[in-house]
Design a protein around this ligand. Sequence first.
Ligand SMILES: O=C[C@H](O)COP(=O)(O)O
Length: 259
Amino acid sequence: MGTVLLSGLFARYTVKREKGDAMTSRRTPILAINFKAYPTAFGEKGLAIALAADHVAAEYGGSLEVIVAVPATEIVRVSDAVEHVKVYSQHADAVEPGPHTGFLPLEALREAGARGTIINHSEHRVGLNDIDFVIRRATSLGMEVLVCADTPTAAAAAAALSPTMIAIEPPELIGTGIPVSRAKPEIVRETVRLIRMINPEAVVLTGAGITVGEDAVAAIRLGTQGVLVASAVMKASDPEAKIRELAEALARAAEKELG
Ligand SMILES: O=C[C@H](O)COP(=O)(O)O
């Protein structure tokens, strides 16, 4: 991380604290579903899963936030069809619109219907400068950013950039069905501890291996505000039932733990 970026982070953090921002505690849990590039993520199958998520989100009204991070090719199709979920891109490039062949500027994603984007997923890593660029530009465009981090310290660095959300995801558990919230709770706890010191109002998600409702309950109990999930939904024989199971668990746990 360069000195310039570090001093920029410090300046932003200092400004935030000087303003006396309240230490907000989010009450609405988040279910973020990353479609990745699973065969079920595209075309009619992807649309059906997005609509299933939309049905579940509608059932919860404003008491649960559901995000679907769809492939870039599906953003228009899904955005046109859903009403209750937020559609995210799975990645954005740190470029302005212009001569950048094959890149994805935020402006293009927004035009397609995306409300936000994931950045720095373990399967699509970028540098901290790019993360910073994407967060700043997204903020100016009124878009949201979910930054993925593989360690507590990486999550803390991301938190200093003031993204909308940070997801802690140990890469070795991704796609395994072994939930980080139960297999490595100390990683989630340490992430929350570090982030709270840097950015008290940051929203933190637990990701990797989240498979059943109990995994989501454990994520809330560890002090995070929701989960980032992929394979459990995208490979489910009944995706809507799986989404509903996770949603119910999150809503129940949030009511108990977050008040
Ligand atoms: O973006 C989602 C995460 O990488 C988690 O994936 P997973 O639920 O398949 O473990």
